[in-house]
Design a protein around this ligand. Structure first.
Ligand SMILES: NC(=O)c1ccc[n+]([C@@H]2O[C@H](COP(=O)([O-])OP(=O)(O)OC[C@H]3O[C@@H](n4cnc5c(N)ncnc54)[C@H](O)[C@@H]3O)[C@@H](O)[C@H]2O)c1
Length: 340
């Protein structure tokens, strides 16, 4: 059975719904609800979800779950994911993203569970030496969040070498959008993502948007990011699980240096949108005005972050289907009827 960590969070909940829609199986979910929402396990899927509210590093609880449900593979989303907070409180990130994950991996190893899909991030690359960024771009993260994710990439590589773990690393770019039904969507107590902030500003639910920097070397002077729909991320995880099913994917193929099966993938669209382009799309989709003002650049914000998606296309058979318009439309529908 599949175990999903962090499935009450934003990306994890979209994958959870997608997985259950594509299979007849049941799943085990671990989430401590520190940031997630149990409402994301909606009544239509609840009978097929065994939900455990605990931390992934709770060895006793995790060992019990693994034994009781015969877990054989894992999709691991649970983490703290605020770049700014990771700089203010690095030890929170070392503890929650690294120490907790390592304790969790020890429980998995003890139970003989060695197949895993891991949520990594474009933040592990640091300031890009070139864009778009491919998977062999140097990884020199410039914040503790990115470092914590890279440490787990290395831990998985070590476990592949030492114990035969098989892993797929998915380095997402900027997750955005919401499910087509608007039954689930993005809900962070402290929102830092551009699209929900722009929507909240337009809908009068939040303050005017701050646009950090209008003097970048881009066409309109604002930062460019690669926005990828959260449902596209969900299908990327399905393809990653398919890859793990392939018995010909030996542990050695997981090594980042190996291009044989390429178990490290960027998940992005290969297209970027500037902050002003996003604002314009929010205004077009909603028919509302986004109040905004320019503020100074934030340290550590690169001008452009976009993905080369070729490896995901050729090896995983995955390509983002949603464009920026679809991302904003689904995010707006969610904002209008959100239940949590
Ligand atoms: N949102 C993005 O744009 C983005 C981009 C790249 C990578 N990622 C990665 O994707 C994953 C999911 O991100 P998200 O935006 O859905 O975050 P989120 O905060 O919405 O979800 C994380 C979930 O994990 C749970 N959790 C955190 N620590 C836990 C622990 N120790 N034990 C049990 N549960 C725990 C939280 O309660 C929450 O439900 C993270 O690993 C993040 O680093 C996100």
């Amino acid at each position: 059975m599949l175990l999903i960590t962090g499935a009450c969070g934003y990306i994890g909940s979209h994958f959870l719904h997608h997985y259950l829609a594509q299979t007849d199986e049941k799943v085990v979910v671990i989430d401590d609800l520190m940031l997630g929402h149990v409402q994301a396990i909606t009544p239509d899927i609840a009978p097929r979800v065994h939900f455990a509210q605990c931390r992934i590093g709770d060895r006793e609880a995790v060992a019990e779950l693994l034994a009781e449900h015969k877990v054989d593979r894992v999709v691991h989303f649970a983490a703290s994911a605020y770049v700014g907070e990771s700089q203010e409180n690095p030890f929170k990130y070392f503890n929650n993203n690294v120490v907790q994950s390592l304790a969790f991996f020890e429980s998995l190893e003890a139970a003989g569970v060695r197949d895993i899909v891991f949520s990594s991030t474009c933040a592990s690359y640091g300031t890009p030496a070139h864009t778009p960024i491919d998977e062999s771009h140097p990884q020199m993260p410039i914040n503790t969040y990115g470092v914590s994710k890279l440490m787990i990439e290395h831990a998985l590589r070590a476990l592949a070498l030492a114990k035969g773990w098989r892993y797929v690393l998915l380095r997402y770019f900027n997750a955005a959008g919401a499910s087509a039904s608007a039954a689930i969507g993005e809900s962070h107590a402290t929102e830092t993502h551009l699209i929900p902030l722009a929507l909240a500003a337009a809908m009068g639910k939040g303050p005017a948007l701050k646009v950090y920097g209008n003097d970048y070397p881009t066409a309109d002077g604002t930062c460019i990011r690669d926005y990828v729909h959260v449902d596209d991320l969900a299908t990327g995880h399905m393809r990653a699980l398919d890859l793990l099913k392939n018995p010909r994917m030996p542990a050695a193929a997981c090594l980042p240096a190996s291009d044989e099966l390429g178990a490290v993938f960027n998940l992005g669209t290969s297209k970027g949108a500037s902050v002003l382009e996003v604002i314009k799309m929010v205004e077009t989709v909603t028919g509302l005005t986004v109040p905004y003002s320019f503020a100074p650049r934030r340290p550590g914000d690169p001008a452009v972050l976009t993905a080369v998606d070729e490896r995901a296309r050729t090896v995983l058979g995955w390509k983002a289907e949603h464009d920026l318009e679809s991302i904003v439309r689904t995010a707006f529908a969610w904002e209008q009827k959100r239940t949590y």
